[in-house]
Write a protein of this length. Structure first.
Ligand SMILES: [Mg+2]
Length: 232
């Protein structure tokens, strides 16, 4: 596995996260924890003054690396897409090939990628067939040491907020994982929704083990026994 491939693997996410474990353990609490996407409807959006969503994909809207929405996500996600003035962007830790696939699957939604090149944060936007970077630019930047940012990077979440073009107070990040989606939202200072992953069985065993560890850590995290979760 190349160094870049290793960084882009789920195991890479996990091992990179270990060094930040104390921070992540303090950043795992979602604003809301929902059992199903159906609970996230127009009334929820209006009541909580939500103006933009940052979406995770795998385990949230699709099964692992599937090309179709989860059957139970089709109706609720379509209804959210039809709400006038509500913005949507995609932020995934998936590898490059999957990110390109996502741009094709959701041709009207921007897929945001972020890179750290020598301490400078660079933003890349894929929209359908359009890529804000040419293949040559991407290759040149990677060759020059640019490293993809991954959730829970606050800088990466801020790029997605900038793409939405709304006040951060109205933005909500939606995902199925505490260490990436929820911690990313908390580190960037925005609200979040933790969804149950309805397609856990489609994920590789190695990722499921990591998700189990994450769930255990969430239950045992500081403050958990005082019942502080999801009550905002
Ligand atoms: Mg996910």
């Amino acid at each position: 596995m190349t160094r870049l491939a290793a960084r882009e693997s789920p195991l890479g996410t996990f091992t990179q996260s270990l060094g930040r474990l104390p921070t992540l353990l303090r950043s795992m609490d979602p604003t809301w924890s929902l059992h199903s996407l159906a609970q996230l409807d127009a009334a929820f959006v209006a009541h909580h003054r939500i103006t933009g969503f940052i979406w995770d994909i795998d385990g949230t809207l699709t099964a692992y690396h599937y090309r179709e929405l989860l059957p139970e996500a089709v109706g609720p996600f379509g209804a959210l897409r039809r709400i006038a003035g509500l913005g949507h962007v995609i932020l995934s830790n998936a590898p490059e090939w999957r990110v390109r696939e996502l741009a094709g699957m959701f041709p009207q939604l921007a897929v945001i990628r972020g890179y750290d090149q020598g301490g400078e944060v660079l933003s890349r936007r894929l929209l359908g067939d359009d890529d804000s970077w040419t293949a040559e630019e991407l290759a040149a930047r990677l060759a020059a040491g640019a490293v993809p940012l991954r959730k829970p990077s606050a800088e990466l979440v801020r790029l997605a907020i900038a793409e939405l073009g709304v006040d951060p107070s109205g933005v909500v990040m939606v995902g199925d994982q505490h260490f990436t989606d929820i911690a990313g939202a908390n580190l960037a200072g925005i609200r979040s929704i933790k969804l149950r992953n309805p397609a856990a069985s489609t994920f590789p065993r190695s990722i499921r083990v990591m998700q189990w560890i994450e769930a255990m850590l969430f239950r045992l995290r500081p403050g958990a026994l005082r019942g502080s979760a999801g009550s905002r």
